[in-house]
Design a protein around this ligand. Sequence first.
Ligand code: UDP
Ligand code: MG
Length: 306
Amino acid sequence: MKLSIIVPCYNEEGVVGLFYEEAIHHIQKCNCEYELIFVNDGSKDRTVEDCLKIKEKDEHVVIVDFSRNFGKEAAMLAGLQTSTGDLVVLMDADLQDPPKLLPEMIRYITEEGYDSVATYRVDRKGEPPIRSWFARQFYKLINKMTEVEIVDGARDYRMMTRDMVNSIISMPEVHRFSKGIFTWVGFNTKYLEYENVERVAGETKWSFWKLFKYAIEGIVAFTTFPLRLATILGFLMSFVGFMFMLYITVKAILFGDPVAGYPSLIVVITLIGGIQLLVLGVMGEYLAKTYMEVKSRPKYIVKRKL
Ligand code: UDP
Ligand code: MG
């Protein structure tokens, strides 16, 4: 049996070395053949050189070097497509995904018949409170709107069988939201929990704005419910408009005075204008995604594979 370990790296100079030192112990404990795939996602520092140094020591290392930064989703996909193992695991380079769980994960798959072992954090220790709050709201929202169930605090740290990896690779979408894709493909998944571990070195690549965009991307990728919102709002506004019309007509017939009502007119015009723009924006969001999907550009470009 062969285990493929995929590690996306973006500006992880100094961190990949620490990762290797720590992870290799636990990998060797798994008693199986392995390959360690570092995907260098267009780092601007000496990450590749660090990976090359590791490769000199250990011939099980494979390096996929991107031509520029394509994002973690692309890096994970490249890793999955490069992997040859019977079991594949995705791990961050910063040791926030504890490698000591690896033997346990393998056990769940080989002995208990699961197809996948995923992990989630029980707490968000060491993270700014507003960020945690927004993250929790995001999980609530996406689980309400979509059919796929995404566990709050779910990490990308996950081990999968070859069958599951193949079905993930077969999904052609350009805008990839892995957390959703993993649950969408189905298969039997065991969830392991662990306490949040802080990054060993370096710093997080996720600004608040990046996370916000990622959240919108996740929603647009997995549900068209916001589009339906336009229909619902349209019905609602039409109903309100109709009632208002009746009221105005009756009032004009009974009391005359058809001209007054400038304030209410302004309120109605701005309200409807606002809603129309909002709905247009939502449609634009989907149109833009459709446009990018139709172009079907490659999801990443590999400069060299070592
Ligand atoms: N990463 C990547 N491409 C990017 C951003 C991040 O490959 O554009 C990698 C990064 O090197 C790390 C993992 O994705 O191995 C998780 O990133 P990070 O630790 O910054 O995220 P956090 O743990 O703070 O959510
Ligand atoms: Mg991290």
